[in-house]
Design a protein around this ligand. Sequence first.
Ligand SMILES: *Cc1c(COP(=O)(O)O)cnc(C)c1O
Length: 387
Amino acid sequence: MSDIFEIDKQYVANTYNRFPVDLVYGKGSLIKDSNGKEYIDLGSGIGVTAFGIQDEEWKKAVIEQLNKIQHASNLYYTEPCANLAKLLCEKTGFKKVFFGNSGAEANECAIKVARKYAEDKGIKDSSIITLKNSFHGRTIATLAATGQDVFHQDFLPIAQGFLYAEANNINSIKELVANNKVSAIMMECVQGEGGVIALNKDFVEDVYKICQEKDILLIIDEVQTGNGRTGKLYAYMNYDITPDVVTTAKGLAGGLPMGACLLGEKVQNTLGPSKHGSTFGGNPIAAAGAISIISRIDEALLNDVKKKSEFIINKLQGKEGILSISGMGLMLGIETKKDVKDVLKYLMDNGVLALSAKTKLRLLPALTITIDELDKACDVIIAACKE
Ligand SMILES: *Cc1c(COP(=O)(O)O)cnc(C)c1O
């Protein structure tokens, strides 16, 4: 085991502060390390293994496709890609889908759509408004979209064409719109990396109105909030808005790399042939996995997500050392009196894997986690937060 730590440290680029755990096997929301120690997983690989580890139906769909064809390039048609796009459009009302392999790539597509939409109207050098404290990815363009200076440091010059507004401050948006050529406003309904902070309903709906009035595209980044996470299929459905573009990734394919950029009526044909592409995008195995996930996110499952969310909140709220709980559905941020690093260490030592976001403890369990597992894990959280 320590061998793996050393090999990894020596040969894998040093971009992650890993926890001292190597995960070798899992089933549902239980994961084992190489010492045979078992953990209840409240992180699901940062909201990726939406139906847990080795979900049987997902595995069957993926293996069936693996036995047919694993990749076919976008020069040809493949059934899972077409059917997944149809499924996503039917469930959301969007018109078309571009597939990539990650959240950042889904956002890159959205950024290109916004720029070209403005160009097509004769507006050159347009800008996209994003929010301060947002997170949109690690590529050069999505870093620029990310409204946090700490991410820009060391990578200057950062991509041009982004303006930053204050979250929940509509005047900040209005001012930028009045003084710039704005193609789109891009935001997360719940800022994930920023600390699990849901945007105010009024703010989101006012932004939507401004976008409609001024023919500005509304892009909702659902990389983390999407695919059932907040108790709706997509988090924007918690608000009275119809975005023009929705990007998603993380939980989409249940643990396989896939990103999607959903295109609404206005922008369905903005990107034509040769305007965008991705070698792996729409990969049949990832698409087969995604169909298995998306087709099972129904009302019953979403109600379950809400119930589990309430269970966690009721169990943790007001307990010693727990100051506040934010977020939506199974995307929760817990402000703790103790340093979150110490809380995470206690949890790990006591068989619970969780995440942090800024100074908060962040929970993104599989949507299929059981109440019993949550109950046990919450007891450990309560013990961890006590002075
Ligand atoms: C994780 C995340 C991204 C980046 O996704 P990658 O797959 O790591 O490129 C973008 N936006 C949000 C909101 C995210 O949470």
